[in-house]
Design a protein around this ligand. Structure first.
Ligand SMILES: Nc1nc2c(ncn2[C@@H]2O[C@H](COP(=O)(O)OP(=O)(O)OP(=O)(O)O)[C@@H](O)[C@H]2O)c(=O)[nH]1
Ligand SMILES: [Mg+2]
Length: 255
């Protein structure tokens, strides 16, 4: 007997958000996977939104072709690349649906696992992926490990993959917290999770698969950047913690 797929229906439309830059080798496969495994089962009004930046490899043209086949695709292009975090911030602002899903466009996540994440959303404000069997170079995995431990140490919370880019969020959480994401320059999804946790939103962690990059190169960093970025990330954590101390102090003063 075959199992029903998807296992349930979502009552509300979803904005699936993806930043993309120079992913021509893989973007058509990624969109097709999402169309077959996810979008054909989503409620009317759902949308797939791309922030496309400065692609020179044909990504923009491929997305234009895909828009004809899949009318729920929306593409916002710019000629200058200004980084993952700015792209993510724009996407969160552009989303129009009550449920907001964010992921990378490089095909390392498995579209079907959207349903694993979505199965928890009725009881939570945010459902976060955590990569298992992560297919990243050792340096990236090591710095993530240290970062996750630093968060645990500073905030007394335990997540296995603070900066994972595979999560589903209820719109009010984004509307509340997006204007406050102003400290972590690159790790915007980490800051979102931390501020959601500190603001007592209900959050569920869920393990997800991470595949090898089939095409393209991993964004490896030169070692001086690696050290600099790690220090900046740690400093960001301290500043987020300090920003809540100030708020606590002020509210007590006023209370
Ligand atoms: N719009 C936009 N998208 C970007 C930018 N930088 C990266 N991306 C996209 O964001 C996603 C994540 O990119 P990265 O952070 O470079 O990749 P990663 O998954 O962390 O690392 P690797 O896959 O190992 O390179 C990918 O789908 C990229 O195409 C940017 O400046 N602008
Ligand atoms: Mg990747």
């Amino acid at each position: 007997m075959s199992e029903r797929f998807p296992p349930f229906e979502l009552p509300e439309p979803v904005s699936v958000l993806m930043p993309v830059s120079n992913e021509a080798d893989v973007i058509a496969t990624v969109v097709q996977e999402w169309a077959e495994e996810v979008f054909q089962y989503l409620p009317q009004g759902s949308e797939m939104v791309f922030d496309e930046a400065a692609s020179t490899d044909g990504t923009r043209e491929i997305l234009a072709e895909l828009q004809v086949k899949y009318p729920y695709i929306k593409v916002f292009s710019r000629d200058k690349k200004d980084g993952f975090a700015n792209a993510a911030r724009r996407l969160y602002k552009l989303a129009t649906c009550p449920l907001i899903f964010f992921t990378d466009s490089d095909g390392q996540y498995v579209a079907k696992e959207f349903w694993t994440i979505a199965s928890f959303i009725k009881d939570y404000d945010m459902v976060r992926g955590a990569k298992v069997g992560r297919k990243d170079p050792f340096g990236r995995r090591f710095s993530s490990f240290i970062f996750n431990k630093a968060v645990h140490f500073l905030f007394s919370i335990s997540y296995d993959d603070i900066n994972c880019a595979f999560h589903l969020i209820r719109r009010p959480l984004i509307e509340d917290l997006l204007p406050k994401l102003n400290i972590m320059e690159t790790l915007i999804n980490s800051e979102l999770l931390l501020r959601a946790e500190i603001s007592n939103y209900q959050i569920k962690q869920c393990y997800v698969t991470h595949r090898m990059r089939l095409f393209g190169n991993s964004r490896g960093l030169p070692s001086y950047r690696f050290v600099f970025d790690s220090l900046k990330a740690f400093n960001g954590l301290l500043r987020i913690k300090a920003s809540y101390r100030v708020i606590d102090f002020t509210s007590k003063d006023q209370g």
